[in-house]
Design a protein around this ligand. Structure first.
Ligand code: CP
Length: 338
């Protein structure tokens, strides 16, 4: 652990944190996981309050964060815009200022394309307590750090040269944000992981996130590669992370009107139904390869049951690590050393 002064720091995008600060989060996550396993009390945020604002649905993020606050001795308010005056237009500025008078942290999920990150940053600008990004349109830092912890648990802390593939998959239920693949693209290359990102040509990521990913890779001596063939991306990979996302940036770049985005986006999705993670594709990866997914997964579209329930799948270890990592983030930023 090399950085200990994290009290009051916002957790919005992982590039806002140095590699040393991220190592501290990972160290503390492992320590909190050990204490959780032993049943040891760790009331590091006794009597503190976190306000969780969810603009979208959530199972893992909501419950790991709320359970995490309870385990740390504090309490989390589970809020949605309809429960707040946000639904009547109260500004992010006023919301941030008021909640700062009542508690010790504000956590927000807002994935609206082109808006979520801006909203969170505006609350952060005016709040006087730390802000935790529970997923926006740009990054899902709580997921990415839990994924990194999981990869290091399976392959060791020296991840230099590890080959990880993030591949787009077909999922008809809804158009997911870009923030999971972008979050992985930002974080994994900083830790020496060679990243391959595969997607059909319309499903590209925000250009600034890819530029930053390439810069991080150059700094750490790792690589970031983009391909448009799922089989090619799987060949020889140590970690495969196939998950769906929408063609939001493509529709934005094409100037598609708002009312046309959903039908056009769904029509594009339907062109690529063969982008699924099945046993044939898993056999292309390294023998020891692991299968990851942040969940929820569209079973039968993104992945077959045989893979997600099979011996290479580590999705539930990955989901569990959401708890330990968010606890570390909250304990360090809302508590920590004075
Ligand atoms: N992975 C993830 O963020 O899951 P939820 O949408 O259920 O929070």
């Amino acid at each position: 652990m090399t950085q200990t002064l994290l009290r009051g720091k916002d957790w919005i995008e992982t590039p806002d944190w140095t590699k040393e600060e991220l190592e501290t989060v990972l160290d503390c996550s492992s320590e909190l996981k050990r204490m959780f396993a032993l049943g040891m009390p760790h009331r590091l945020l006794q009597d503190k309050t976190l306000f969780m604002m969810f603009f979208e649905q959530s199972t893992r993020t909501r419950n790991s964060t709320e359970a995490g606050m309870t385990q740390l001795g504090g309490h989390a308010h589970d809020l949605t815009p309809d429960k707040m005056q946000i639904s009547h237009g109260e500004t992010p500025k006023d919301t941030g200022k008021v909640l700062s008078r009542y508690g010790h942290g504000i956590a927000i999920r807002n994935c609206f394309y082109g808006m979520g990150n801006k909203y969170i940053r505006e609350v952060a600008e005016h709040a006087t307590i730390p802000i935790v990004n529970l997923q926006c349109d740009v990054d899902h830092p709580c997921q990415a750090i839990a994924d990194l912890m999981t990869v290091r648990e399976k392959f060791g802390t020296n991840s230099k040269g590890l080959k990880m593939t993030v591949a787009w998959t077909y999922a008809p239920s809804y158009a997911r944000p870009l923030s999971v693949p972008q979050g992985l693209a930002w974080l994994m290359p900083r830790f020496g992981i060679d990243l391959t990102i595969a997607y059909p040509k319309e499903f590209y990521l925000m250009p600034h996130t890819m530029e930053a990913a390439r810069k991080f890779a150059a700094e750490s001596g790792s690589t970031v590669k983009v391909v448009h063939d799922m089989d090619e991306a799987f060949r020889g990979a140590d970690v495969v992370y196939p998950k769906s996302w929408g063609c939001h940036q493509y529709l934005f770049d094409q100037g598609v009107p708002e009312d046309q985005k959903k039908p056009q986006g769904m029509a594009l999705l339907n062109k690529y139904k063969d982008w699924i993670c099945d046993e044939r594709r898993m056999a292309l990866a390294a023998k020891h390869a692991v299968y990851m997914h942040p969940l929820p997964a569209d079973r039968g579209s993104e992945v077959t049951d045989a893979v997600i329930d099979g011996p290479q799948s580590i999705v539930f270890d990955e989901a569990e690590n959401r708890l330990h990592t968010v606890k570390a983030i909250m304990a360090l930023t809302m508590g920590g050393r004075p």
